[in-house]
Design a protein around this ligand. Sequence first.
Ligand SMILES: [Zn+2]
Length: 269
Amino acid sequence: MPELPEVETVRRVLMTDLNGLTILEIESNYEAMVDEDFKGFKDKLIGKSFKDIHRRGKFLIFELEDIFLISHLRMEGKFFYQRKEEPLNKHIHMVFHLSNGYDLRYQDTRKFGRMVTKTKEQLNTTEPLNHLGPDANGNVTVEYLLSKLKNRQIPIKEALLNQEIISGLGNIYVDEVLFTSGINPMKKSSDISIVDAKNILQNAKMILDKAIVYKGTTIRSYTSSLGVKGGYQDFLNVHTKTICPVCGKNITKIRVGGRGTYYCENCQK
Ligand SMILES: [Zn+2]
């Protein structure tokens, strides 16, 4: 599943490809992917030009003049920028024909991805962005994080995966952040100390920013679209690992909130 660094990488690549191009036509073989009437969706976007691409958490936000197209890639969603003549495969569910003879194509083998359009006024005041927490690599304060954790009995890993608390972290990077912070993923959220919270935020920013530099992580669950291969998998300390790089003891694998979770019992308390 793409997390903040992978989505940010997609944003940066698409920005150079799409800037200034106009949508001429939109075709879909799976209109249910759009969270609004498909004809209305098309009417709003056709004839509009790409002005910018933004990101909040794991959401991509395409700015098309006065309309914003929000896309969430979920598990397997990928964008491709390809010539119109290139053959389509059956997993491409949305095609935006562009003014330069290229297509923006959305492929999703599991069909979990979502798209919706918003006006500027609706963008941050309605679903899906209205309850989204601040970006995990932004300026989140210790006070904010602690205020969100103090009344929660759930494991800290689950709290950090909750996009309403902070956004952008998924299964891989939460494991890495908690390892680097020396915190057990099962530790109760309400037991997180000021020092813990400070470490979590510092390490989240450091790890996510470094992962963006390396264009994200490419492991079995996610290979990036657009011909970009991430390199951060070479820097993972604990996720999918068997031996702790700090103490040499075995890494433990458990499930937390239904997600495969890796940690070192010796280093993370
Ligand atoms: Zn260890």
